[in-house]
Write a protein that binds this ligand. Structure first.
Ligand SMILES: C[S@@+](CC[C@H](N)C(=O)[O-])C[C@H]1O[C@@H](n2cnc3c(N)ncnc32)[C@H](O)[C@@H]1O
Length: 247
């Protein structure tokens, strides 16, 4: 089964993945996320550094959405680097709370929202200059739906920056085979560089950078292009809640 072909007809399978995500990222396990063995073994900062390198000085003037913001690690790093217009969204309310606490010492305009990016983001079309997602792409059961929402909320020529685990090929293929029979902590499919590039290109994104960051991670940046946001709004089903961000 191709992850990009997942559809609503496989409800019970989606439910299994969502349940395993929520079990891993809500409640007490969310509180232990930053201290977990995997987070300590894999230095997640490598993903944040890629995002910062891609954005450069533009991060200070960009409206940035972090999808799947988790405990707010990247949001904090962006705030430290001078970002002033930050928004985070996550599947679980506990992660949103942890991000809120983490960002509270900073004098930045931060909006946080709990919801599933695959079923709709609550912002109007063209709300953000940049969408970032670190350690999240492999969680999406319906990755095309999530990318469509990301595209909708980006302004024309806005940028998506993704960093995610890819591991070495034999390890990735083993993980993916196991995940097809046994969902683990909401992990659905780890992409290779070639797969992620193909996914974005066939979805109309202009891939600017696509590179391996180390043995376990890759980074990609892609431009949304200039298809009018009004046209995208027509194509997308309206999200459950629509929020117009203040100018
Ligand atoms: C591995 S953690 C990464 C967190 C953070 N981005 C980081 O780099 O530390 C994955 C996060 O994605 C969130 N997530 C998973 N599926 C999601 C979805 N469909 N929509 C929004 N967030 C999702 C999880 O709740 C979790 O907080």
């Amino acid at each position: 089964m191709s992850p990009a072909d997942a559809d609503g007809g496989r409800c019970s399978q989606v439910d299994r993945y969502k349940t395993s995500s929520i079990a891993a990222y809500d409640g007490p396990r969310a509180d232990r996320y930053d201290e977990s063995l995997i987070v300590r073994l894999l230095d997640l900062a490598v993903m944040d550094e890629f995002v910062l390198a891609v954005l450069g000085e533009s991060l200070c003037t960009s409206a940035i959405l972090d999808v799947g913001c988790g405990t707010g690690r990247l949001l904090e790093r962006l705030a430290e680097a001078g970002a002033r217009d930050l928004t985070g969204s996550d599947l679980t309310s506990r992660m949103v709370e942890l991000s809120r606490t983490r960002l509270s010492p900073f004098e930045v305009d931060v909006e946080l929202y709990q919801g599933d990016a695959e079923t709709g983001l609550p912002w109007s079309a063209g709300s953000f200059d940049v969408v970032v997602a670190t350690g999240v792409l492999h969680h999406f059961y319906n990755v095309k739906a999530a990318l469509a929402e990301v595209k909708r909320v980006l302004r024309e020529n806005g940028r998506l920056v993704v960093a995610d685990p890819c591991f070495l090929t034999p390890l990735r293929e083993t993980f993916n085979a196991l995940l097809r029979v046994h969902p683990r902590e909401g992990d659905f499919h780890f992409y290779s560089l070639r797969e992620v590039r193909h996914l974005l290109c066939t979805d109309g994104w202009e891939v600017e950078r696509c590179e391996r960051l180390n043995w376990w991670a890759y980074g990609v940046s892609a431009n949304r292009g200039s298809l009018g946001v009004a046209r995208l709004n027509e194509r997308m089903r309206p999200p459950s809640r629509s929020v117009t961000r203040p100018a």
